[in-house]
Design a protein around this ligand. Structure first.
Ligand SMILES: Cc1ncc(COP(=O)(O)O)c(C=O)c1O
Length: 455
């Protein structure tokens, strides 16, 4: 085991990882090169091999422990291998793993009912189609919106991310894809509410929300004048924790609804209490979507996604035979239902609020000391730190971000990296994070920024 020495040590844990007895890292890399599609990328110059997880911590094959500041891109919400989720999964796996929704099963219905109870009660958002991923959930939302409105055009945001399937890759407009991805017919992208790099070169609030109002012109000039749907993340995740001004969504929802469209909130990253003040990201903006898509945190690592909407919108796909082999299988549904229970029992949303605020204050303190930090933003436990070479010109510090990211890993901290220019550190830990973990995380970043700033 080679636990690195850090100024503020990783908080103590009672968990002891099992000795790893699998193939070594080199063997795994060779097998990966031989058998895995090279398009599936790995993080880090020297990729880490993660073999065990417990709550907010991960262990590699040598026994080195990491604080998980990225939770597998927010797919783990309440903690790695949370004992209650694990127990329920064990019980279900040894009872029934039949993957079909053509029979009745209580787990799917338990989860669907719990979800409906969490969505705004007056909005009628109670009809759920389960999936195995966020991409499928977004595709379904678009399908239902098109059938319901009998219109084609779908508006999504620059700098957004909606998935890796053919249609959602086209809806995604972040420059993520290193090869041309034709936007599917009827997909139109509009400028994102990215205040730090305003697409119109303006400043909030004197901008008078130009980005939001520009949606009206897009609909007028780039669509038939009527739209099927507007799809947006409540806070852009892959795009670098881009938080819109509070006026953005109310203005755009009104414009879209005037043009006959439905509004879809992609809550794949922002749902389940992550933003702290609210259970759902869209609630921060005082809007109620017509369709909500979810994935990642809902399953705490299990492949589970969902698209929830009103009954009248859902009725549209009754006209087609709809079936999804693994979606809502009893095992994933058991995980989902248990996650929702834990979020309430362990006051996870409150924790995201309190611990997230504590961490953000620490990151803002780092900004005072490190000129590399141009912007610190985010809500709850969905935070972003944008690095720039010069605070005036905001020249993206892509190489420096990559260096901080590598140094952090060496010191035992895993975080994410993203944003339009790859210059945003993305911090989205499991929501069981403690303030002691935040002290370690902030001090670790402090050391890394010091090292990178000197070079
Ligand atoms: C906001 C958002 N929507 C959709 C997706 C796609 O989800 P999945 O990878 O489960 O298909 C992602 C994945 O990162 C996401 O971040």
């Amino acid at each position: 085991m080679s636990q690195p020495r850090t100024r503020v040590p990783l908080p103590v844990t009672q968990h002891t990882p099992k000795p790893y007895q699998g193939p070594d890292r080199e063997t795994l890399r060779a097998k990966r090169d031989a058998y895995i599609n090279p398009g599936v990328f790995l993080y880090y110059k020297e990729p880490v091999c993660i073999v065990e997880g417990h709550m907010q911590y991960l262990w590699d094959e040598t026994g080195k422990r990491y604080l998980d500041g990225f939770a597998g891109i927010v797919s783990v919400s309440v903690g790695h291998c949370h004992p209650k989720v694990t127990a329920r999964l064990r019980e279900q796996v040894s009872t029934l793993v039949h993957a079909t929704t053509i029979y009745l099963h209580p787990n799917l219905l338990e989860l669907a009912e719990r979800l409906a109870q969490k969505l705004p009660s007056d909005a009628g958002l109670g009809s759920t189609y389960f999936t195995t991923s966020g991409s499928e959930a977004n595709e379904l939302a678009v399908l239902m919106a098109r059938l319901d409105t009998k219109r084609l055009d779908v508006i999504t945001l620059h700098n957004g991310y909606h998935g890796g399937s053919a249609a959602t890759m086209g809806m995604t407009a972040i420059g993520t894809w290193r090869f041309p991805v034709p936007a599917p017919a009827g997909t139109v992208h509009v400028p994102a509410p990215y205040c730090y790099r305003c697409p119109f070169g303006l400043e909030y609030p004197s901008c008078e929300m130009r980005c939001a109002h520009s949606v009206r012109d897009t609909i007028r000039y780039q669509t038939s004048g009527e739209v099927a749907a507007f799809v947006a993340e409540s806070i852009q995740g892959v795009g670098g924790a881009v938080v819109p001004p509070k006026e953005y969504f109310p203005i755009v929802y009104e414009i879209v609804r005037d043009a006959g469209g439905l509004c879809v909130a992609d809550e794949v990253q922002t749902g389940f209490g992550r933003t702290g003040h609210h259970y759902w990201g869209f609630e921060n903006w005082g809007v109620t979507p017509d369709l909500v898509t979810m994935a990642k945190g809902i399953g705490n690592g299990s492949p589970l996604g969902a698209c929830t909407t009103r009954r009248d919108i859902a009725e549209n796909i009754k006209r087609k035979l709809h079936f999804n082999t693994f979606a809502g299988n009893p095992v994933s549904a058991a995980a989902g239902a248990t996650v929702l229970e834990i979020i309430d029992e362990e006051r996870i949303q409150q924790r995201a609020l309190e611990v997230g605020a504590y961490l953000k204050t620490k990151l803002l303190e780092l900004q005072e000391r490190h000129p590399l930090i141009g912007d610190v933003r985010g809500l709850g436990l969905m935070l972003g730190v944008e690095l720039v070479r010069d605070r005036g010109s905001k020249e993206p510090a892509g190489a420096e971000t990559a260096a901080v990211f590598e140094h952090a890993k060496d010191r035992g901290l895993l975080i994410g990296k993203g944003g339009l220019f790859g210059n945003v550190l993305r911090i989205k830990p499991p929501m069981c994070l403690t303030k002691d973990d935040c002290d370690f995380l902030a001090d670790c970043l402090d050391e890394c920024l010091e090292t990178v700033g000197k070079n």
